[in-house]
Design a protein. Structure first.
Length: 256
């Protein structure tokens, strides 16, 4: 049986084609989410069918998740990102008990029981302080790419604490630090530490335990992952491609 999962995120749209018989991923890809998300969905869908030379009717079911999950008329059903991330991680790392997911607009902490079922979660979708938006703002102010933040912060040699947890005020603080000639390296590390503390505070609302998994595009930032690990006092496991976890989970849960 072949199914499809699509995660329509605020920044990127991810698609997975999954073979349940072989328990393998046949196709995976992501692109930036268009201002009209349906265009991103259709672009990926067409590319997947063409790449695999699959007739449309060979896909048994299609499931959508993410903030734009309700906009694709071809989806057979929609599921929450919580359920999708859980299913994806359980397939990738069955022993995981806590998932930390940081996306462009929100962050989530998901607690799993010994059977891989969600028993609690905490979500922040109101404040950008613990999300990828904070990293984007930082990179913009420093005149660099988001992908450069991790390597830059790795050379930090001074502990700087950001006093503001709100991104709007933190931006002003970053501008002030730049004017004071504080190095970009130390500023980025301060931002990473601030996000890590925000996530750890978010986790206090629920029972969590190791092993911890870190998902979402932000998980590609190794220095931030290290900062979160320091707050937890435990290692984080990061999937090889952490941004596709929810799409994978959607494809897995698409099985009728």
């Amino acid at each position: 049986m072949i199914t499809l999962g699509i995660d329509v995120g605020s920044r990127n749209t991810k698609l997975i084609i999954f073979d349940h018989t072989k328990q393998s991923i046949l196709f995976q890809e992501w692109i930036a989410t268009n201002i009209d998300p349906t265009k991103s969905i259709e672009q990926l869908y067409t590319k997947a069918l063409t790449a695999l030379k699959l007739p449309e009717q060979s896909i048994a079911a299609k499931v959508a998740t993410g903030y734009g999950r309700k906009i694709w008329p071809l989806a057979d059903k929609v599921i929450s990102e919580i359920s999708a991330h859980a299913a994806g991680i359980v397939w990738l790392k069955p022993e995981a008990r806590t998932i930390i997911d940081i996306g462009g607009q929100d962050s989530k902490v998901i607690a799993l029981d010994s059977q891989g079922k969600v028993f609690d979660f905490a979500m922040n979708d109101k404040c950008a302080a613990g999300t990828g938006r904070f990293l984007e703002m930082t990179a913009m102010r420093l005149g660099i790419e988001v992908s450069q933040l991790s390597d830059l912060a790795a050379d930090a040699d001074r502990e700087i604490k950001l006093n503001n947890t709100c991104v709007v005020f933190a931006e002003t603080e970053i501008i002030s630090l730049m004017a004071s000639k504080v190095s970009a390296t130390n500023i980025v590390r301060a931002v990473h530490r601030s996000i890590a503390k925000r996530i750890f505070s978010q986790m206090s609302a629920l029972t969590h335990q190791a092993p911890y998994a870190f998902t979402g595009g932000v998980a590609q930032n190794q220095d931030l992952a290290n900062c979160i690990s320091m707050e937890l006092g435990s290692e984080l496991w990061i999937p090889p491609e952490p941004e596709i976890t929810a799409a994978l989970g959607a494809a897995i849960l698409a099985k009728p």
